[in-house]
Ligand binder design. Sequence first.
Ligand SMILES: [Zn+2]
Length: 321
Amino acid sequence: MKHLLHGAVAKTLPTVLQTRKKQRLSILTYHGILPGHDYMRPLEPTLATFDWHMELLSRYFNPLSLSEALSRMRYGELPERAVCITFDDGYANNVVQALPVLKRWRVPATVFIATNFLNGGRMWNDSVLEALRVVDDTKFDLQELGLDVYDIDGLHKRRVAAEAIIREIKHWPPEKRSQAVEMIESRVGSLPCDLMMTDQQVRELSENGVEIGAHTKSHPILSTLSQDESKQEILGSKTYLEALLGQKVRHFAYPNGRPGIDYSIEHRDMVEAAGFESAVSTHWGVASKTSDRWQLPRFTPWDQVPLSFMVRLLMNYQNPA
Ligand SMILES: [Zn+2]
C-alpha cells in the first residue's frame, strides 16, 4: 500500500487526537494471519491487512516489545502512542505469514503459546471449524450430542454452523467437549495437523527477536479448573517453553482472558507466584503505570480501512483500564 493515509490527515491526526496523557500503552491482540480471505475465518486478518496494520504502526506509532514497554512504563519513559503487538495461541501462520511482515516494518512482537498443541496438535474450535469446511454433505446431524441438524449447503452456511456449534459446546465440561469434538472429527476424513507451530518454529520466532510468552498447556478456561489443575496449566507451559528456548519466559496470557469470568484473582496470584513479570487479559483498554501488571488490558481495532483503524487506536489511549 503506497499511501496509507492522505499526507495532511496523517500528519494532523496524531496531534489532534493525542491526549496530553502520556505514559499509556496499547497492547494489540492477534491470533492467526491468513494468506488470503478465508470464508471459514472471515474476521481473521489477511496478510495484506496485517501488512498495512504494521506499516501504519511503524509510521505513526511507537511499537515496542512487551518487556521494553513495561520496563519503560515503570520508569515513566514510554514514548507517545506506545504500542505492543501480541499473538495468542501459537498458530504456525505467525511464523509463515506474520514474521516476514514484522521484520519488514521492524515491529517487535510477543507470541503467547498454548504448548500442548505444538507439533501437530489442534485446538478444539479449529477441529470443529475444519470439520465443517470439509464434510461432504449438505446437512450435519449432531442430534446425538443434543445439538441440532445443521444446514451446510453453501460456504456461508458452513461457517454459520461451525460458529453455532462452537458457541454451544464452548462452556461444556472439558471431558464432554472433547468427546463431542472427537465424534465430529470421526465424521470427516483427515483434518490439518499443521495449524499450530512446531518446536522448531517457536525457536525460529525467538531467534528472530519475537518474545515468547506462555498461554497455558491446553488452553482451558481457568475458572473451570481446580487450583492444582490451574497451577499445572500455568506452570507447565512456562516450564516447557523455558526448556525449549533455554531462557526465561516472562509474560503470560489468560485463555479467553475475561477478568472475573474466564479467570479469577486467584489465577492472577498464581501467575505472579509462578514468576511471570506480567500477564495480559482480553479486557479492552489502555495500560498505564497504575494498571495491575498481571492483568494488563488489550485492544483490537477491527476496522477494515487505515483511517478508522488509526482513529480507533488513538481513541483507545483515552480508555484507561
Ligand atoms: Zn487463546
